[in-house]
Ligand binder design. Structure first.
Ligand code: FMN
Length: 310
């Protein structure tokens, strides 16, 4: 099976991807957080995130979010200009603001909009398209109406995160509904959702042996060695893990400190990683990292936590 890194706005931007692929590796493809076309433009931050000169991770797939072909065009133009031939279409985003615009999971309620996007996919054979979707926006039956449209479209694979848009991340993933989708989908299928350990990946692989791969999101933020553990067939020793997290952390900080203005910006970027990273770390070590008010105190707290003497 292939192991893919999921797109996570605010977390898996170019700096994280570049450093992760260099320090940990074990990932067969990285997906960018979604690019959007809004108010007649693409945000410069999004453009920078896909520019080739800012990316060193191999097998990078730009992801786009759009409700209509008109919204998708400028995004396709951008990625074509950067030389990409792979594009992933977001039909799973559950941010209420996006869903209200019929973006992401908001699209799943409108088969006619999905059909129009798939007709556009047919018109662009220069790209190899994939989709990332949920079971539905409001009901877990919605994918069934979309299946004939999606099965007819020239897609490379579909990544399914078996929850509803309105559920965001609250309810447990619906593995039985995923099984129904897996049986009905004629394209290769990638599973996504709540895979946090090597055992979780093995369990889903045993249950669905025809999977093309799995996509790891928060589980990879928490345990950045999950991809390499799968490919090597064993878990990484905890001290080696801490050593590599320290390397990754230092490399990301070196990139960000000169770029971000002051401590506040730096902390608002770095501290959220610690909400996920190394879930077995005792709270008494995590707290000083999250509470640090200067970069020096923050770095000292990180070094203490990553000494691996928990
Ligand atoms: C903060 C955050 C940002 C996300 N951004 C994106 C995104 O840009 N595109 C996308 O397709 N999914 C996005 N997702 C969904 C994840 O890619 C993934 O489907 C979800 O987290 C479930 O997988 P996991 O349990 O492995 O994390 C985001 C999720 C979170 C929590």
């Amino acid at each position: 099976m292939k192991i893919y890194s999921a797109p996570l706005q605010g977390f898996t931007e170019a700096v994280w991807r570049n450093v992760h692929s260099e320090v940990f590796g074990g990932i067969d493809g990285y997906y960018t957080p979604f690019l959007r076309y809004e108010h007649g433009e693409i945000r410069s931050k999004d453009i920078r995130d896909v520019e080739r000169k800012n990316n060193t991770a191999k097998n990078l797939v730009p992801q786009v979010i759009a409700a209509t072909p008109d919204e998708m065009h400028p995004l396709l133009e951008l990625v074509a200009n950067e030389g990409y031939t792979r594009v992933d279409i977001n039909m799973g985003c559950s941010f209420p603001l996006q869903m209200r615009k019929r973006h992401g999971a908001g699209l799943l309620h409108y088969p006619e909009l999905v059909a129009a996007l798939m007709a556009e996919v047919v018109k662009h054979p220069e790209f190899s398209f994939s989709l990332k979707m949920r079971l539905g926006c409001n009901s877990k039956e919605e994918w069934k109406e979309l299946m004939p449209i999606l099965n007819d479209a020239p897609l490379r694979h579909i990544t399914m995160h078996p929850r509803l848009g309105v559920e965001q991340y609250k309810k447990p993933v619906d593995v039985d509904a995923f099984g129904e989708f897996y049986a009905a989908c004629k394209h290769p299928v990638i599973y996504n959702g709540d895979l946090n350990t090597l055992a979780d990946i093995h369990r889903i692989e045993q249950q669905f042996p025809e999977l093309k791969g799995v996509m790891l999101g928060r589980g990879l933020l928490a345990n950045p060695s999950l991809g390499i553990e799968y490919h090597d067939g064993s878990e990484l020793d905890e001290c080696e893990q801490c050593r590599l997290v320290q390397r990754m952390h230092d490399a990301i900080s070196r990139e960000l400190i000169p770029r971000l203005q002051g401590n506040t910006q730096f902390f608002s970027k770095m501290k959220p990683y610690w909400e996920y990273l190394l879930p077995n770390m005792p709270k008494r070590l995590r707290k000083p990292i999250l509470k640090a008010t200067t970069i020096e105190k923050y770095q000292a707290a990180v070094a203490v936590a990553l000494k691996c003497d928990w």
